[in-house]
Design a protein around this ligand. Structure first.
Ligand code: HOC
Length: 356
């Protein structure tokens, strides 16, 4: 495979249409979904020359993690729809790549088993746990304990889903439930029996404060797009911000994360790392996001395409392709270190070559 797009094509052929569309689709008219990728294409990198070094350092420090490159795996649900090994394969591949997996609360393998699979490959593998805050505090606390017991080194609290996005592709397929034998395992054996992930507009900053006080785990807030919310997140004790529109699956009128990134970076002012996901498909996208101030970027769907195409090996290919492409992009920009990717390198495409 020579690109993530090729793996996507293979995955599209392999997956059942309703499962492909569940993963590929977005909300409403899929404007946000399309814009996530398109926004990167509107930007250009203005390379520097003659860097004077033949080697480059891609490693990055993140909350509770050292990653071998500034690319991590964002949470996506139900990996066993893509491949029978599901999140176990994903975890092994991400551990082999030396980067961070944010395990989805809606995983089809329990967090303890995901962690064990990652640690078979690398005892020091880093996992973060995605948490949808639940109005039932006991459930939230139990999930946090399980994440901590599994050795997760941070929580990624997803707050962009007060209601579930309107996925019209799923409605057209009548795809409302997992097939027999598959479960959202983290939600299956809760006291009182299996339950769905609750999405509730009743949740507020006060619930986040309570969660913050309940654990010493580093905590990142995922789904931040408004600069004022980024500021509030820092004020409420978050250790990082993940700028994300949930892969275009929630508010269809939401902006592309890369378009709001510069303002959020400005407001956060270096107090905590700012991460981004949404639309990253090339190493040059990684370079653009870092130049605009992101500390690292997440990928979601490409991992599912790799998984569907070739299981663990497919996910490894996705991560290694992105690593190589990003390393090339850094070299072609005249950079040696991540810090060499600075905002002056990013322009808007076109004859004006406008700076951000
Ligand atoms: C039924 C609960 O993030 C998505 C996922 C949602 C996971 C919760 C599913 O489809 O965007």
């Amino acid at each position: 495979m020579t690109s993530l797009a090729e793996l996507h094509d293979v995955a599209r052929q392999r997956l059942a249409p309703e499962h492909y569309d569940y993963f590929a689709g977005g909300a409403g008219d899929e404007v946000a979904l399309a814009d996530n990728e398109r926004s990167f294409r509107r930007l250009a990198l203005l390379p520097r020359i003659l860097p004077g070094s033949a080697t480059r350092d891609l490693a990055v420090r993140l909350p509770g993690a050292e990653a071998s490159m500034p690319v991590f795996v964002s949470p996506t649900a139900f990996h066993r729809l893509a491949h029978p090994d599901g999140e176990l394969a994903t975890a092994r591949a991400v551990a082999a790549a030396g980067t961070v997996l944010i395990a989805s609360m809606a995983a089809t393998v329990a967090i303890g088993d995901i962690a064990a699979a990652a640690r078979e490959v690398d005892p020091g593998a880093t996992l973060w746990f995605q948490l949808y805050l639940q109005t039932d505090r006991e459930v939230t606390d139990l999930l946090v304990r399980r994440a901590a017991d599994a050795g997760c080194s941070a929580l990624v609290v997803t707050v962009d889903s007060p209601v579930f996005g309107r996925h019209e592709r799923d409605r057209q397929h009548g795809f409302t439930d997992l097939p027999d034998g598959l479960f959202a395992e983290n939600m299956r054996d809760l006291p009182g029996g299996p339950r769905n992930i609750e999405m509730s507009p009743a949740l507020s900053w006060a619930d986040l404060d309570r969660l913050r006080e309940s654990t010493s785990l580093p905590m990142l807030l995922k789904g931040v797009l408004h600069p004022e919310d980024a500021h509030l997140a820092v004020e409420h004790g978050m250790d990082g911000i993940l700028v994300s529109n949930h892969g275009g699956r929630q508010l269809d009128a939401a902006p592309a994360p890369v378009d709001v990134l510069p303002r959020i970076v400005e407001v956060v002012g270096g107090r905590v790392p700012v991460l981004l996901d949404g639309g990253v498909r090339r190493g040059t996208d990684v370079a653009i996001a870092l130049a605009l101030g992101a500390t690292a970027v997440g990928i979601g769907r490409p991992v599912l395409w790799g998984l569907a195409a070739a299981g663990e090996s497919g996910v490894r290919q996705v991560l290694e392709l992105l690593r190589e492409e990003f390393d090339d992009a850094l070299a072609l920009c005249g950079g040696r270190r991540l810090a060499d990717l600075t905002r002056d390198l990013v322009t808007v495409r076109g004859p004006e070559g406008g700076k951000w």
